[in-house]
Design a protein around this ligand. Structure first.
Ligand SMILES: [Zn+2]
Length: 397
């Protein structure tokens, strides 16, 4: 049985212990100590990381995972090589405090917001995961993001009032008299974690000693999940980093728009509306322009256009309009690439209202190193040739 120092003092960063076992577990090697401050994965909270070093030899190993099995805490090192480490040796341990304190902030914030939301919506918290990026919590009641933001406001006020955390280990008789939240039916020694006035919950995780250490709490989303709601949450430094990242992104946008930060949504909306209207107008003007261009070929048999400016889509549009005015084939080439080793690449669109163009396209592909085809009087593809070579090949046009 390992003595759980993190329950005596969640702020313990260094400790000494003795190795009581070293064993292979499913392809991994685990070190068991008689006491540890490294928290094992459990109750939705991830495992601590840290370092274990020999007191006399100075050799050390990084711990990347910690698990609890039958009252024993297994420390899994990053490497399998544990030469130098033996049962009975004295070691010192250091926990990755930045990671642990982050977990304490997220976990404590989760208690406060869950206590408030469960009271507001008469529901239970039915799932909790403290991930590397954010915290997700599931509730068995439906509420909106806006409603969740009201709870967020209340939670932040509670955080700043700096309420001390109370931990209780009630006996079964006492437990019956206390109202608390729990994710499951509990037996044996139950540990209650209470932020008085906000939440009391049966929990095995690690928490801050007073609410102000949560710092800041930000709900980033609330959406329907099964019959209830899934919330994503950030606390402490994670909340600060998230808000800071969003602030700087918005500030950059504000500078580009020469406006103040709070005005960016209004201005971006206006610019999108302008863009949509300009696109519609451009499309109208293009149609008029291509129609005039196509009129120029009126009465001709075939028509050839080679353009370095048009987009391939515009080339198809123009070929289509020209084909309405002529008796033979309309061929429009648009330049797509000037950088290849074997010269420029042109995209072609070929339209003939009366006849199949397959023969012409095959001949052209072979003469101009091209690729592509089509049917029913329409074809498209690419050729590797410059303007002069294309004109020479289609001199009959
Ligand atoms: Zn907890």
């Amino acid at each position: 049985m390992t003595e759980k120092l993190y329950y005596q003092d969640a702020y313990l960063k260094e400790f000494t212990a003795e190795i009581t076992d070293i064993r292979e577990i499913e392809d991994r090697t685990a070190i068991v100590l008689d006491r540890t401050a490294l928290y094992p994965e459990g109750g939705g909270q991830g495992a601590d990381h840290g370092i274990i070093r020999l007191l006399d030899g100075g050799e050390e190993i990084s711990i990347a995972d910690v698990q609890e099995e039958q009252e024993e805490i297994w420390h899994f090192p990053e490497t399998k090589d544990l030469s130098g480490f033996e049962i009975g040796q004295k070691v010192s341990g250091t926990i990755d405090w930045e990671r642990r304190f982050d977990h304490m902030q997220q976990h404590s914030g989760e208690h406060i917001i869950s206590g408030i939301l469960c009271r507001m919506f008469h529901c239970d918290n039915i799932g909790f995961h403290l991930g590397e990026d954010d915290v997700t919590i599931d509730y068995n009641a439906a509420f909106t993001f806006e409603e969740a933001l009201k709870a967020e406001d209340e939670a932040n006020r509670y955080i700043w009032e700096n309420h001390p955390l109370v931990e209780l280990w009630p006996d079964p008789e006492e437990l019956k008299t206390i109202e608390y939240r729990s994710k499951k039916e509990l037996e044996g020694n139950v540990r209650l974690t209470s932020f008085p006035g906000a939440d009391t919950c049966a929990c095995c995780g690690t928490h801050v000693k007073a609410s102000a250490e949560v710092g800041l709490l930000k709900i980033t989303s609330a959406h329907k999940f099964h019959e209830g709601t899934r919330l994503t949450l950030l606390c402490g430094r994670r909340a600060m980093d998230f808000l800071s990242m969003n602030y700087h992104a918005n500030k950059k946008t504000a500078v580009m728009l020469s406006t103040r930060e709070e005005k960016t949504p209004e201005l971006v909306k206006k610019q999108i509306e302008e863009l949509v209207s300009l696109k519609a107008r451009l499309s109208q003007i293009k149609e008029d322009y291509f129609t005039l261009w196509a009129d120029h070929f009126q009465g001709r048999e075939n028509a050839l256009v080679i353009s370095d400016r048009l987009e391939p889509e515009e080339g198809r549009q123009l070929a289509d309009l020209i084909a309405n005015n002529i008796s033979g084939t309309a061929l429009v080439f648009t330049k797509v690439n000037d950088q290849t080793e074997d010269g420029p690449v042109y995209r072609y669109a070929c339209v003939n209202r009366e006849q199949d163009v397959t023969g012409l396209i095959q001949e052209m592909n072979s003469a101009l190193s091209g690729k592509g085809g089509g049917r029913n009087g329409f074809a498209q593809g690419n050729v590797h040739a410059d303007k002069k070579t294309i004109e020479k090949f289609l001199s009959s046009f």
